[in-house]
Design a protein around this ligand. Structure first.
Ligand SMILES: *Cc1c(COP(=O)(O)O)cnc(C)c1O
Length: 386
């Protein structure tokens, strides 16, 4: 069986240094906020091209910390796409704010800036005829937008930042899947006022457990993230100046990430080669499949290689062809968030976000990781054909 994501091959690529680094942490006794954590934060800030990085316990915590730092809560509207991993909207609801879903563009799977403009107007005028709005007890105040860099491709920050800024809406980049991606030479994580990423093992840069990070150019904001990360602590450890969470990254995971960073650029280049070969072979095979779009000026981190079939039935045929050849495939995401039970209280219904609904019916993802050999890529594409 071909692995969908091959973490074992990656482990072999870093094994000696990584095992030594983890042992060093075990022997040091500094399991919480050891020196590796700060070292990692400096490296990551450099990598993302921003002044400050604050590591944390997961990508979800990064989003929650960002929203808490902005003082976002009940009565506030936070815009987000419904075609994403649940954590994007979950974080909004966890702080008591209301997710206002905004549909995506079908070619990039990312937030549609024109629809964002309509949604902002609809919230400000409390007029659901302008754009589908959630049920809310009282009119909402637009506070933030969380564009998601889905499957590794950054969202349209050139336009989104321009729409949000005059409205005093904070842009929080969900770069959980895109760390290593780029827009106009700037790295993902640094494309908006606040960047959030995840180091879940299957993400482009993953640790061996849960982990995440926040990015900002603002020193005061970075201090706020650090305080919220540890129960809202003040200057002194036992002085609590606000509410926070237990949101620290483990020292062991920081040591793992420092080692993985040494091969990260090489891995990104390999992912690009895999994507290029998929593009070439799938186009040459003349299959009725839409390959992923990477617009000019963008680089994807290729968290996923996602195809769009003509309809749900065609997708099932392709997926059973793959399964017959022992090739795994996955559907990210089979049900958009506005139709999930967890968000039923928002009162959305089928038809509210037709592009997301259609993508959920038509997309599927092929095996994608840096250690996929060209022969295996050929085997996967041949399996699609049969
Ligand atoms: C993985 C993911 C998250 C959450 O990250 P965790 O580290 O699993 O909490 C958030 N948003 C998106 C788009 C993700 O893919």
């Amino acid at each position: 069986m071909i692995p969908f994501v091959d973490l074992k091959s990656q482990y072999k690529a870093v094994q000696p240094g990584l095992e030594e680094a983890v042992l060093e942490v075990l022997r040091s006794g500094q399991y919480i906020q050891g020196p590796q954590v700060q070292q990692l934060e400096e490296r990551l800030a450099d990598y993302a091209g921003v002044r400050h990085c604050v590591s944390c316990a997961s990508g979800t915590d990064a989003l929650v910390i960002a929203l808490m730092a902005e003082g976002i809560g009940p009565g506030d509207a936070v815009f987000a796409p419904p075609f994403t991993f649940v954590a994007t909207a979950e974080a909004i609801a966890l702080v008591g704010a209301t997710p206002v879903f905004v549909d995506i563009e079908p070619r990039t799977f990312n937030l549609d800036p024109l629809k964002l403009e309509q949604a902002i107007r609809a919230v400000k005028e409390d007029d659901a005829t302008l754009h589908p709005l959630p049920q809310a007890a009282e009119p909402l105040t637009p506070k933030a937008v969380i564009p998601v860099d889905l499957f590794g491709l950054p969202a349209e920050y050139r336009v989104i930042n321009g729409i949000a800024s005059p409205e005093s809406i904070t842009v929080i980049e969900d770069a959980a899947q895109s760390f290593g991606g780029e827009l106009d030479g700037h790295n993902a994580g640094g494309l908006a006022e606040i960047g959030c990423t995840s180091f879940f093992p299957a993400k482009p840069l993953g640790c061996y457990g849960d982990g995440g990070a926040l990015f900002t150019d603002d020193a005061a904001q970075a201090e706020l993230f650090k305080s919220i990360r540890v129960h809202g602590q003040g200057e002194d450890r036992y002085e609590n100046v606000r509410l926070g969470i237990t949101g620290r990254l483990d020292t062991i995971q920081a040591a793992v990430l420092l080692q993985k960073l040494t091969i990260f650029n090489d891995e990104l280049a390999r992912r690009q080669q895999v994507a290029d070969l998929y593009d070439e072979l799938i186009s040459a095979a003349g299959l009725e499949l839409v390959t992923p779009e990477v617009p000019d000026g963008y680089r994807s981190a290729w968290a996923q290689y996602t195809l769009m079939a003509a309809d749900a039935k065609a997708r099932e045929t392709f997926r059973s062809n793959l399964a017959a050849a022992s090739v795994p495939s996955t559907i990210y995401y089979p049900k958009p968030l506005h139709l999930q039970e967890a968000f039923a209280n928002l009162g959305y219904s089928r038809g509210d976000f037709p592009v997301s609904e259609e993508c959920a019916d038509r997309v599927f993802s092929l095996p994608m990781h840096p250690y996929l050999e060209p022969e295996t890529v050929r085997l996967v594409v041949n399996a699609l054909k049969d």
